[in-house]
Design a protein. Structure first.
Length: 392
């Protein structure tokens, strides 16, 4: 194992009706003027936003609102939020929604707390020295942003999608009521389950530092999400399955399943970021579409981990060569994706990419990772292009 630091400062309030606790949590963490940041309207239609504002009104907490966060959240809205916060004297952010609203709020927080252009952080030109404090009312189990240090933003000019991570942006609190996820379309639920599993798998397929206890936690989380994704496919109103997936989403991306290893591979996410930036696809679906191609490209370089994954997560029998077992595990994972109506290649994702587009994505990806990256196998721009080609 490798040395590690594990930092999870977020206070979690989990269960039915917990959104009613929002005012007391904001007061606990010192908020006096709030920006409520949310998405494209579902929190309005469901009545959640009104319940939140009614609670703040009753508590005498002042607020302004900014909707419009979309999947692959846009830099333009971040700039708008920064200016609104400065104009209104906002000292605390409340994201109501899923990863898009949370990531956008984090970027707004960076922009308020630091001078200059907030995109500099996502473009790796400088490091943040702070972030406006924020809390979360989670409505989608997927990104784990409610407990993580990460945020992903898309710059409309050039369709560049980049992530930035800093402990400054970890939410002060996260309110998680699984009932709030029951209005999600089935496709979005499946995308969320895929993203949750990928956050764990990115940390699992590594070349060193793996711990037995961390592996057991990761494998258990993956099996749990796999099981409950099928339950939710057949019974979207299962509270228990919603709760299992929601909590798994947080644990998958708060660092727990990476303790002791080399930090993870993350190339499936980096490759998908370019798909999301260019084609604006749902993140989870993009991950499912690219993973099989990535896995077949790298598995020989990380064969013990792929074999272990096949046996302990995908229930492949320990029979045959290590390579045969590993390939059966990859096939089983793709079969699971199809069982929850997720794509396993770009064609199933609805994308017909030209050779030029594939080359552009590979180049952007290489630039975004500083030339090369990966743990299961270090990938350069040529490798990235080959994986894109193989995923068609």
């Amino acid at each position: 194992m490798f040395d590690f630091k594990y930092y999870t400062p977020t206070k979690v309030v989990f269960g039915k009706g917990t959104e009613s606790k929002v005012a007391e949590l904001i007061k606990e963490f010192g908020g006096t003027k709030i920006l409520i940041h949310y998405g494209s309207g579902s929190v309005v239609r469901s009545g959640l936003l009104k319940r939140v504002t009614d609670t703040l009104d009753e508590a005498g907490i002042s607020y302004v609102t900014l909707g419009g966060a979309v999947p692959n959240p846009h830099l333009g809205l971040v700039y708008e939020g920064i200016e609104l916060c400065k104009k209104e004297g906002v000292d605390f952010l409340l994201a109501v929604g899923g990863g898009s609203a949370i990531d956008s709020a984090k970027a707004i927080g960076y922009g308020v707390a630091n001078g200059g252009d907030v995109w500099d952080f996502y473009d790796y030109k400088r490091q943040a020295t702070g972030c406006l404090p924020l809390g979360v009312i989670l409505t989608i189990a997927a990104t784990g942003s409610e407990m993580s240090d990460s945020s992903v933003i898309t710059k409309e000019d050039g369709l560049v999608k980049r992530g930035y991570s800093s402990d400054y942006s970890r939410p002060r609190f996260a309110i998680m009521n699984p009932e709030l996820t029951m209005t999600l379309p089935d496709y979005q639920t499946a995308c969320g389950c895929t993203d949750i599993m990928m956050h764990t798998m990115e940390r699992y397929f590594t070349q060193g530092g793996n711990m037995e206890i961390t592996d057991a936690l990761a494998e258990g989380l993956l099996r749990t999400v796999k099981k409950n994704a099928i339950i939710l496919r057949d019974d979207p109103n299962s509270y228990d399955a919603r709760a299992e997936v929601m909590w798994a989403g947080s644990l998958a991306h708060n660092g727990l399943t990476g303790c002791g290893n080399d930090g993870g591979d993350w190339m499936t996410h980096k490759l998908e970021h370019e798909l999301g930036g260019l084609y604006d696809v749902a993140h989870g679906a993009g991950l499912a579409a690219i993973w099989g191609s990535w896995a077949r490209y790298v598995y020989k370089n990380c064969l013990p981990r792929f074999k272990k994954f096949a046996i302990n997560v995908m229930d492949v029998a320990d029979e045959g060569t290590d390579e045969e077992i590993a390939l059966k595990g990859i096939e089983a994972m793709e079969a699971f994706y199809r069982s929850i109506n997720m794509p396993t290649n770009l064609r199933e994702l609805g994308i017909t990419a030209s050779g030029d587009d594939l080359a552009i994505m590979a180049h952007k990806c290489a630039v975004g990772v500083g030339g090369e990256m990966g743990s299961a196998r270090v990938l350069n721009e040529d490798d990235m292009l080959n994986i894109y080609r193989n995923s068609q």
